[in-house]
Write a new protein. Structure first.
Length: 344
């Protein structure tokens, strides 16, 4: 009967509405979602029917409806306004594309609604905070410095919204320049004999700058050995047998490019003729054999790095007939057999 058919229709219609309202929209923006400022962003909305409405409320108020209740073609595009574009990717999905702005933060709500069921989902646009950490710059090594440039490198930042890095350079304690790098390294020209200091900071898309890193300084120069300590040692029982001379080289200033090697020139041998040995860095000690008791020897040390070879530092040692006491280092005192030290 007509009344029975009408009742069946109402039951089916009610069930269909109940099923439709039970659907949960697929929405990519949640309460924990954060967006980077001035970066292309998007929010997806997956529905069960073609008809979708995007609503913006807050500091921007606008609305765009897709397709009414009829299917729409893939890649249909509608501009919500100058900042937002909605793209229908298929009959049941759409994407809201926009460039996130600082002013959207916590003041703009985006809502997606399925027109047939009335189901909706929304989120408040949240922007990441300004950078709060700084990169770490390792001390430039000898492979990072050439005759006329230094290659700075730093550990990548863990910040979420990196647009670029800012490098600040000082020359002899005077601010020289600020550079921009899209990578974690930068090659900067230098002059020899000048102290340069570098700091690096993170900058996001809104030009918000994080704290500076700890400064790394260097003076591009060939190394100089401050001092050489010489100590006769290891005396055999037979007074006619040769003894040894222990050499300790004081390391050069760490602000300069690292030392590659030390060239040691000495005449500690039976024939008293100059002999050259090379100590690869970081070795700064060695022992020479063949020293004759009662003799005086000259030891010369010449360091080198990537910029060249430094001046020669010389010292002489008189080898006594009996073994001297060891060098004393307690109470800030020392006892050496070094007769003289000079830099050529």
């Amino acid at each position: 009967t007509p009344s029975l058919l009408k009742m069946i229709f109402l039951i089916v219609f009610s069930l269909s509405l109940a099923i439709a309202h039970s659907q949960t929209l697929g929405f990519s923006c949640t309460s924990s979602t954060r967006f980077c400022p001035n970066v292309p962003s998007e929010i997806t909305c997956d529905t069960t029917t073609p008809a979708t409405t995007w609503d913006l409320s807050g500091n921007i108020d606008d609305e765009i409806t897709f397709g009414g209740q009829d299917p729409v073609g893939t890649n249909e595009t509608s501009d919500v306004n100058d900042d937002f574009t909605a793209i229908k990717t298929d009959n049941t999905s759409s994407i809201l594309k926009f460039t996130s702005q600082i002013e959207f933060n916590n003041s703009l709500t985006v809502k997606c609604t399925e027109l047939v069921s009335g189901d909706s989902n929304s989120c408040i646009i949240m922007i990441y905070d300004a950078p709060s950490t700084s990169p770490t710059i390792p001390i430039p090594g000898y492979t990072d410095i050439s005759f006329n440039s230094v290659t700075l490198s730093w550990n990548p930042s863990t910040e979420q919204c990196i647009d670029h890095y800012n490098i600040t350079v000082t020359r002899n304690n005077m601010n020289l320049a600020d550079m921009i790098s899209d990578t974690t390294s930068y090659v900067y020209p230098i002059d020899r004999g000048v102290e340069y200091c570098f700091t690096v900071s993170v900058v996001d898309g809104a030009n918000r700058r994080g704290p500076d890193s700890m400064s790394q300084c260097l003076t591009a120069e060939v190394p100089e050995v401050p001092d050489i300590t010489l100590q006769p040692t290891n005396y055999p029982d037979n007074p006619d047998d040769p003894v040894e001379v222990f050499i300790n080289i004081e390391q050069p200033d760490s602000y300069r490019p690292e030392v590659l090697e030390y060239i040691v020139i000495h005449d500690v041998n039976i024939n008293i003729t100059p002999t050259t040995i090379t100590l690869p860095s970081p070795t700064t000690t060695t022992t020479l054999t063949g020293a004759i008791r009662g003799s005086v020897y000259t030891i010369q040390v010449q360091p080198s790095n990537t910029l060249g070879t430094g001046n020669i530092t010389s010292a002489t040692v008189a080898v006594p007939s009996v073994e001297p006491p060891p060098i004393m280092t307690s109470m800030s005192s020392s006892m050496t057999i070094t007769m003289s030290t000079s830099t050529a």
